[in-house]
Ligand binder design. Sequence first.
Ligand SMILES: Cc1cc2nc3c(=O)[nH]c(=O)nc-3n(C[C@H](O)[C@H](O)[C@H](O)COP(=O)(O)OP(=O)(O)OC[C@H]3O[C@@H](n4cnc5c(N)ncnc54)[C@H](O)[C@@H]3O)c2cc1C
Ligand code: SF4
Length: 602
Amino acid sequence: MNAMTGAVATLLGIEDAADLARVAAGAEAIADSLPAPARLGLRTGAGTLDVLARLTTGHALDGLDAAGRDAFCARVAARPSTARMAEMMKIPLLLAAGTELLPAPPPPHGLARPDPELDCAPAAEWPGCTTADAVVIGSGAGGAMAARTLARRGMSVVVLEEGRRFTSRDFRGRPPLDRFLGLYRDGGATFALGRPPVLLPEGRAVGGTTVVNSGTCYRTPEHVLRRWAEAGAPVEGFGDRLDEVEATLRVAPQPMGQLGRNGLLALAGAERLGWRAAPLRRNAPGCVGSAQCAVGCPHNAKYGVHLNALPQACEAGARIVTEATAERILVERGTATGVRARRPDGTFLEILAPRIVVAAGTTRTPLLLRRSGLGGHPELGRGMAVHPATNLAGRFAEPVVSWSGVMQSVGIEELHADGILIEATATPPGMSSFPLPGLGRSLRRELAGADRLAVLGAMIADAPSGRVHGARHRALIRYDLAREDAARLRRALVAMGRVLFAAGAEEVLTGLARKPAVRDEAELTRAAAMAAPADLHLAAFHPTGTAKLGADRARTPVDPAGRLRGVRGVHVADASVLPSCPGVNPQLTIMAMALAIADGIG
Ligand SMILES: Cc1cc2nc3c(=O)[nH]c(=O)nc-3n(C[C@H](O)[C@H](O)[C@H](O)COP(=O)(O)OP(=O)(O)OC[C@H]3O[C@@H](n4cnc5c(N)ncnc54)[C@H](O)[C@@H]3O)c2cc1C
Ligand code: SF4
């Protein structure tokens, strides 16, 4: 048994040899896909536990029996430094164990729609030098809408995408963990470092993060648009653009039939409190509630841009080059002339074009611009908001089976005016930042009883306190939670607990190390009040604003038309241009803004 297998057996309390082999193999696969520092951290953590076991028990982890491992776990949990290390290791290890709780991939029928025709060519097969009227970098929410607009105007458009194309075959034929590791940058382990660290997963695929998102669709709130109008953002007629996006994505309220018990309990709890709540509006026509949105919809029901705007762009003549990482934008005498992209084998291709649209996402766009020598604006990479999110689980007497139903099903908007949006979001254990309590066999029991947990998540409208450093390929992301945002998250914890208790939860799992379970609202309020930011196990799914657009030249790297200042021929059209966090799930807003920007490209 190697150190990783020993750590899996010990921290997750797994005794069955076959289970152990399966989960340990998953943990190794996760480690392999992590960025080097995280990989080193996980492997070093496993090695450290093994050494500790030898020092304190005289045996390696694999020499301990089950009771010995439990005693060792108790010692690890008793010391803050080792407890923190074990908690960090639990996230990837639970991912390896937890995704196995998903229902088996469905039999090969029942697709809501077939995979569309896409003119995709892998970079390996793309010629070394070609020309186009426009190059769009990134095929996600913003890039897809920009590519479609330009192609429909008769331009020859090439979309460069670092990820590869995934189809329903991948989502139906491969286990959830494999899909997870393939669909996310850094195996899903991108972190913003700071106080506290925040998990910041990002999709990397044809369709970008829309392939893995939850399909929740909110229109940009009016008060946000008013603020943006004052900043000079192109929000006139924004309602029409949102209509166009909604029509493309076929957005509609999620029918009750597929919500699943997780969503129904959220509705019931909110109703008992007299709180405003409803099934979310989603872009998932034909959703059957299989809760797998985060690893690619096996039914092609979730209608990401890989199923609509990109095929429409291709119909109008656009071409997509996959596994092509834009290395730099080529510039001559202050004017963009094309893009150089790296193939997986390290060779390069160049596409010469007078129009470049950067849509690589909030954390990558500033890096690409800096690599291209276009990162001179002092505000580039600064002022990132992320919508930090935390979650809470209620334990019910009856099975909830939260992974059967819509993954993100119900919105509770009672506190939205205060910047708190609660959404019933049920990923299987490990696939969110929610840490089940305990170590060893007690954690294993929690895992086995996870079918009785209902999970709520809450995100908050936050201060733009993040920053993307780095000039090469690795983003160094820093995010420090503002004091008032920490207070808002504590309030969100209590609000979620109230909903769960009102729905009949016997107890609520807080994820807080000092008080992992509470029996009533008063206990939860006390526990939340004592929680330090580091206790809040934050994740964030909506980074925005690292290349803000606006009228103020000094404060915005991008002008109101989406043009990067200081160079001719470069537009930015992704989440990085948003002037502030929108306070709601942002995909519709990003797409509508990309339409506005692309419409203005001459
Ligand atoms: C798990 C999860 C769930 C979410 N759920 C929701 C939801 O329910 N509703 C909602 O509104 N929002 C949701 N979001 C957020 C939403 O999907 C994103 O905000 C949105 O997709 C961002 O759009 P974008 O165009 O900025 O970037 P992306 O959609 O991330 O696209 C950027 C693309 O650029 C590519 N790229 C990056 N660098 C390069 C390069 N150098 N060369 C070539 N290609 C490159 C990337 O591989 C990626 O495919 C979720 C996000 C996550 C992570
Ligand atoms: S819940 Fe998500 S993955 Fe499952 S069918 Fe609906 S959209 Fe697809």
